[in-house]
Design a protein around this ligand. Structure first.
Ligand SMILES: [Zn+2]
Length: 220
């Protein structure tokens, strides 16, 4: 069975969390940042103005509201509300060298807000249904509030990246060591990525995997 039928391939959602994090950090994104973000995620090669970027940043606020939800019923309700307002046209697409997969297509006359919210809402909805819950979250590390997509199988993911997980571990170890006194030898803390973060490497470099936020011309 292909990976994306087993709930391990969050199509397009790394783009959504990267966009949410960029907006959260900078308040908004400009056209160049947004085009760069799309290119990194294999999205459509839009030529955007700063006005377009402002429109998309504003629209992304509605996705941030969904990413802040932990209750699956409320999340499903919010995603359904987005799909009702910004209907997606899902269709099976076969990209070269890949199996058939379901992609959203914004209607021909859709504006950028409709394109972003319809495709992202469908991707979030598929992910919620495949994973059986809100498989996303916000980093639990101090001074980090970044959103992430949880692709873990056993324990829920707590940190946005192996870097944050390591930072927390090292800090906890230092606290433990200083409270135990200087004679205690160093414990087995390593800088290796923790086992509970299988999705993080992919999140850091998602590669050319086609995102579920394709433009009509790109996926036609
Ligand atoms: Zn973090």
């Amino acid at each position: 069975m292909p990976d994306d039928l087993r709930g391990t391939n969050p199509r397009g959602l790394y783009f959504v969390t990267d966009l949410a994090n960029a907006i959260q950090e900078g308040g908004t994104v400009d056209a160049a940042e947004l085009q760069d973000l799309l290119a990194r995620h294999g999205g459509p090669p839009f030529v955007l103005t700063d006005d377009d970027a402002r429109q998309l940043s504003e629209a992304a606020g509605q996705l941030i509201q969904v990413l802040q939800l932990h209750d699956e019923d409320r999340a499903a309700e919010a995603i359904n509300a987005l799909l009702a307002r910004y209907p997606a046209e899902p269709r099976l697409t076969r990209l070269p060298g890949r199996p058939w997969s379901l992609h959203a297509r914004a209607p021909e006359d859709a504006d950028l807000t409709h394109w972003l919210l319809s495709t992202a809402a469908l991707a979030l909805g598929l992910w919620l249904s495949e994973r059986g819950g809100c498989a996303w979250g916000r980093c639990a590390a101090p001074d980090c509030d970044r959103f992430f997509i949880d692709t873990g199988r056993r324990t829920p993911q707590r940190y946005c990246s192996p870097r944050c997980a390591t930072r927390v571990r090292v800090a906890a170890h230092r606290t433990q060591r200083s409270s135990a006194g200087p004679a205690v030898p160093a414990g087995p803390v390593t800088s290796a990525a923790p086992a509970e973060l299988p999705g993080s490497a992919a999140a850091a470099s998602p590669g050319p995997d086609p995102v579920g936020v394709a433009s009509p011309e790109d996926r036609a």
